[in-house]
Design a protein around this ligand. Structure first.
Ligand code: ASP
Ligand code: MG
Length: 413
């Protein structure tokens, strides 16, 4: 007998028919003798619909306390319907909102963080034989206000509950059957990974893979909660996200992540003297523009160049900020390119192997793809290239590192 937390996303509970299907799956798990906690999202499109109404009334991107009161209702609808569907299958079930389970958060409305969970209450219901159906994405602060955890926050609810009750596994059911070597829409030969480490998943998630909320992966790594990503609609073992093990035959590269939403800003001819980087990047940070990669060239003639990348939405604003700064410095020119992308190889196997970078650069060079910037970490190599080469770049690297080929032994459920 195991204690399992299952989370079903919006598309998995998108209609009454889908909710019935989820109830069938949950009841089956329960009937196998397991204790089950189910976390659900709002029915697909519902959170957007609620947001839309709030935006109309507030006349801007809605925010604040009342938005959380509103958004939390989406998940409340799903828990009640799923609990009913389970009861009709003679599977004892009880629904619970975040507040009812005392999922305590800080008071940052719309992006609250979970601080504690009343696991005693949850365990009591499980011991009494109930499937507990919990509303994802929400909690309550110390003053009793309803809070929400940010878009995609149901993943974090599920992982936090799994950590609190020390679940054997946290299963994330979604509309894809696992984590892939890269986006299959770009590379049809992309392959489902049997396992991936927390660290790799974190890189993949922060680089744009949308399978899991980043915060959920961080949480799982910190509290050692094994996560399995599975399809609601197809049978299969999915992808297990877990710790690195010695026995794991780590491939050099596990996946290729990419981010289309990048833009490049270049500052030329600024004085090559101490403090100049801070002078240029300080005002950028003051405007809440997040800077990703930064490169400074070796100076010559007493001047130097900088290039850095920002989110594409911040391109124009960033340009203006630098323009102002340069006026104050009294020199230099700003330029840029909003049509660049970042492409990254991710893999814990890189740690112990040299030569990955050169293999990557050679593969790109053979296709005449020019690399504009490079950055590396222990388990990642990223390059900035022109946007028009994104698809080609992904496919070339996928082939160069033989990611379409199965290695190791399939881990079955
Ligand atoms: N319903 C929320 C959203 O759409 C939370 C979630 O589904 O994880 O972002
Ligand atoms: Mg989601």
């Amino acid at each position: 007998m195991a204690l399992i937390v299952q989370k079903y996303g919006g598309t998995s509970v998108g209609s009454i028919g889908h909710i019935e299907h989820v109830a069938e799956k949950v009841a089956t798990t329960r009937n196998q003798g397991h204790k089950v906690v189910v976390v659900v999202s709002a029915m697909s499109g519902e959170t957007n619909r609620l947001m839309g109404m709030a935006n109309e009334i507030q006349g801007q991107i809605a925010h604040g306390r009342e938005l959380d009161v509103l958004l939390s209702t989406g998940e409340q609808v799903t828990i009640a319907l799923l609990a009913m569907a389970l009861q009709r299958r003679e599977c004892a079930a009880v629904s619970s909102t975040g507040a009812q389970l005392d999922i305590r958060t800080d008071n940052k409305f719309n992006k609250a963080r979970i601080k504690s969970i009343d696991a005693v209450r949850l365990k009591r219901s499980l011991d009494a034989g109930y499937v507990v159906v919990v509303a994802g994405f929400q909690g309550i602060d110390s003053e009793g206000n309803i809070t929400t955890l940010g878009r995609g926050g149901s993943d974090t609810t599920a992982v936090a509950l799994a950590a609190a009750v020390k679940a054997d596994e946290c299963q994330i059911y979604t509309d894809v059957d696992g984590v892939y070597t890269t986006d299959p829409r770009v590379e049809p030969n992309a392959r489902r990974l049997a396992r991936i480490t927390f660290e790799e998943m974190l890189e993949m998630a922060s680089l744009g893979s949308k399978v899991l909320q980043i915060r959920a992966v961080e949480f799982a790594g910190k509290y050692d909660v094994p996560i399995r990503v599975l399809s609601t609609f197809a049978e299969g073992p999915g992808t297990l996200i877990t710790f690195e093990e010695d026995s794991m035959e780590d491939p050099l590269v596990s996946g290729i992540a990419f981010n289309r939403d990048e833009a490049q800003l270049t500052v030329k001819g600024v004085p090559d003297q101490p403090g100049v980087a801070a002078h240029i990047l300080g005002p950028i940070a003051d405007e809440n523009i997040e800077v990703d990669m930064i490169v400074q060239n070796v100076g010559s003639d007493g001047t130097t160049d900088f290039t850095f990348t920002v989110h594409r939405n911040d391109y124009t604003k960033g340009m203006k900020v630098i323009d102002n700064t340069l006026k104050n410095i009294g020199g230099g020119q700003v330029g840029g390119d909003p049509n660049i992308v970042k492409l990254s190889l991710v893999g814990v196997g890189m740690r112990s192997h040299a030569g990955i970078a050169s293999r990557m650069f050679t593969a790109l060079a053979q296709e005449k793809i020019n690399i504009r910037m490079i950055s590396t970490s222990e388990i990642k190599i990223s390059v900035v290239i022109e946007e028009k080469y994104l698809e080609l770049g992904v496919r070339v690297l996928h082939e160069a590192f033989e990611l379409d080929q199965e290695i190791g032994v399939e881990d079955t459920q």
